[in-house]
Ligand binder design. Sequence first.
Ligand code: AP5
Ligand code: MG
Ligand code: ZN
Length: 218
Amino acid sequence: MRLVLLGPPGAGKGTQAQWLKERYGIPHLSTGDMLREAVAAGTEIGLKAKAVMERGELVSDEIMIGVIRDRLGRPDCAKGFVLDGFPRTVAQAEALEALLAERGEKLDAVIEFRVDAEALVARIAGRFACARCGAGYHERFKRPKVDGVCDQCGGTEFVRRADDNEEAVRRRLRAYVEQTAPLASFYRARGVLRTVDGMASIPEVTAAIARLLDGAGS
Ligand code: AP5
Ligand code: MG
Ligand code: ZN
């Protein structure tokens, strides 16, 4: 199963990707997570991306396409993947199409999350993640089962993202509208676009995605 999750910051891409990864046994490729790892490790890409990400702008197509080319070439992607946060520009979408064509592959579906901007700000403001394993939580919508303890790994330290402040979130939303939203028509024209109501609860969105993927892909 080869999937792309398309949606604005806070839409729930990372949340639903966690479940898709388990359901289909495919890797979750979040370019945001990859860049945050590169920043933490101080690699060359991390050094270039850090300030851009903190401002809420997009990292260059050249860097991102290189990152994805390397990642898709690894053996765990042979049977599929769920891309979260890539492509984000038409140039990235065209590069992905060319990369897959070289391998004789195509996307099974591009899942677009429709959400309103008001809800996004609340979702991002309440978000935090486990410092040890990265599992994502929300103060109101997805609390750990035991307060202060990660459900996945038992970790007790949590972190917030450097770009989850109001100014950066506003810029991220603008970047989405101007540079990423046009991808909906790009993929509609190719017959792979599927839309879900991202305003529903987390389990309801999961169920909607399950329904639309039943019978798709392999
Ligand atoms: P990235 O990490 O991809 O951030 P983003 O797109 O802004 O998306 P988020 O991770 O904020 O949102 P999400 O949709 O994953 O929401 P989540 O599931 O966490 O990118 C960060 C930066 O990296 C970019 O700004 C850019 O600089 C750079 N970058 C990355 N990829 C790039 C690329 N391809 N090209 C150029 N630059 C790139 O949900 C949010 C919260 O809401 C959580 O707390 C969750 O628990 C909760 N929640 C989720 N679903 C629901 C629901 N249905 N109801 C209630 N609460 C919910
Ligand atoms: Mg995310
Ligand atoms: Zn954890």
